[in-house]
Design a protein around this ligand. Structure first.
Ligand SMILES: Cc1ncc(COP(=O)(O)O)c(C=O)c1O
Length: 423
């Protein structure tokens, strides 16, 4: 999509991969220092060695420091940090650990609807029971504690609900949850003894001036020791999003708190089956949590590149929201964060009938028509889940801005033609 990699990240990974470059005058001293430090922690000082299953020690320490700074001093321990192969690996491993039982005692996992389909796929692979809770579209895709309660009580009739997943900022919905919403969820999890999975991979992707990222960990801490010492929480982060977008490196980490030591021992056993996450991805993760500091040689260029990516994404989020909301029969909630728009679309009854004759759900029919007529590929809302009778699609805001403008104009023209044809 034209987004340029962050130079410092690539330099550190290159230096670790090919240490002869440490002699090269073309690399800055701070990148060399980082690489040398990481290599000291690698077996045989080589990136080609397996690391400890939990990840390289120095990188886990850097993650802990990053979290402490991010959360205004809330303590983080490197022992609770596990370096993963992207966030996906962490999420599926934790689910595997938590799912058990048969029949009515089978583990139930609460997931938001709309959701990122990794969750429904992992639940289905593990044979767990999926418990949907709907995000409140009319209220900017907010979390609604009554909705959580209602669905939990209903699910207790047929499974054993144990896990509550939250994606913040949201994919595909692009909202940033309020502090109050997060507190409500934590209180709910505390009362109902649910294990929280907080997917926070978009924590750096916040665009709206009046929104702030609140980590579950920080809110939990600030709710007091009664909560902070009991609520079981795992949070996930990744190199794939933010301003780095290095999804191919497969870097990530999770922090696990309040897990029973015996369960934690099983987690470590599970993780050791896959030996370790790829060490180059661990190095990329290290740069995300330990970027150049003020006064270091690379600081200026790094800050420039980071700000450029984030400003550009913020501009594209605003443009996308604004243009989509000028289209009659379409409504897009504020794009506060993450990398997507998830507008609601009006599909006329005649189009719904025609979709049926093609054996398609209405939003799939809409997206196929859009693809055929314009070459634009978006994902139907039914792929993420949506309230019955509502239709959406998801698009990313990643395209370069000039192309994005053309794309949005084409979507607008298509939607107008579609409504004219079927109304
Ligand atoms: C909400 C969410 N969680 C997890 C992931 C997976 O990220 P990773 O590449 O770190 O495995 C994605 C990727 O799009 C995502 O949107």
């Amino acid at each position: 999509m034209g987004q340029q990699p962050i130079t410092f990240l690539r330099q550190v990974v290159a230096l670790c991969t090919y240490p002869e470059l440490l002699e090269s005058p073309h690399f800055p001293a701070d990148a060399k220092e980082r690489a040398q430090r990481i290599l000291l922690y690698c077996g045989g000082q080589s990136l080609g060695s397996y690391s400890a299953s939990q990840g390289l020690n120095c990188i886990r320490q850097d993650v802990a420091k990053y979290m402490e700074t991010r959360d205004g001093g809330v303590p983080a321990e490197s022992d609770n940090i596990y370096i993963t192969t992207g966030a996906s690996d962490g999420i599926t491993t934790i689910m595997k650990l938590l799912v058990s039982g048969e029949g009515r005692m089978r583990t139930g996992v609460m997931i938001p609807i709309p959701q990122y389909p990794l969750y429904s796929a992992a639940i289905s692979e593990l044979g767990a029971t999926q418990i949907n809770y709907y995000l409140d579209e009319e209220n900017g895709w907010a979390l609604d504690k009554n909705e959580l309660k209602r669905n939990l009580s209903a699910a207790r009739e047929y499974c054993n609900p144990k896990v509550l997943c939250i994606i913040n900022p949201g994919n595909p919905t692009g909202q940033v949850q309020s502090r109050k919403g997060i507190e409500d969820v934590i209180r709910f999890a505390y009362e109902e003894k649910l294990f929280i999975l907080a997917d926070e991979v978009y924590q750096e992707n916040i665009y709206s001036e009046d929104c702030k990222f609140h980590s579950f960990k920080k809110v939990l801490y600030e709710m007091g020791p009664e909560y902070f010492s009991t609520v079981e929480l795992v949070s996930f982060h990744s190199t794939s999003k933010g301003y780095t977008g290095e999804c191919g490196f497969r870097g990530g980490y999770m922090e696990v708190i309040n897990m029973d030591p015996e369960v934690k021992a099983q987690l470590e056993k599970l993780l050791s089956v896959r030996l370790c996450s790829p060490v180059p991805g661990q190095v990329a993760m290290d740069v995300v949590v330990n970027p150049p500091k003020p006064g270091e040689e690379s600081y200026e260029l790094f800050t420039l590149e980071k700000m450029k990516v984030l400003h550009n994404l913020a501009e594209k989020a605003k443009l996308t929201e604004d243009v989509l909301n000028t289209i009659p029969g379409m409504h897009c909630n504020p794009l506060q964060g993450a990398l997507y728009a998830f507008p609601r679309i009006f599909v006329p009854p005649k189009a719904i009938e025609e979709a049926e004759t093609h054996g398609m759900v209405p939003d799939m029919f809409y997206c196929m028509k859009l693809l055929e007529e314009t070459g634009i590929c978006v994902i139907p809302g039914s792929g993420f889940g949506q309230k019955e009778g509502t239709y959406h699609f998801r698009m990313t805001i990643l395209l370069p801005i000039e192309k994005l403008k053309v794309l949005l104009q084409n979507v607008k023209n298509f939607h107008t033609r579609f409504l004219r044809k079927y109304t």
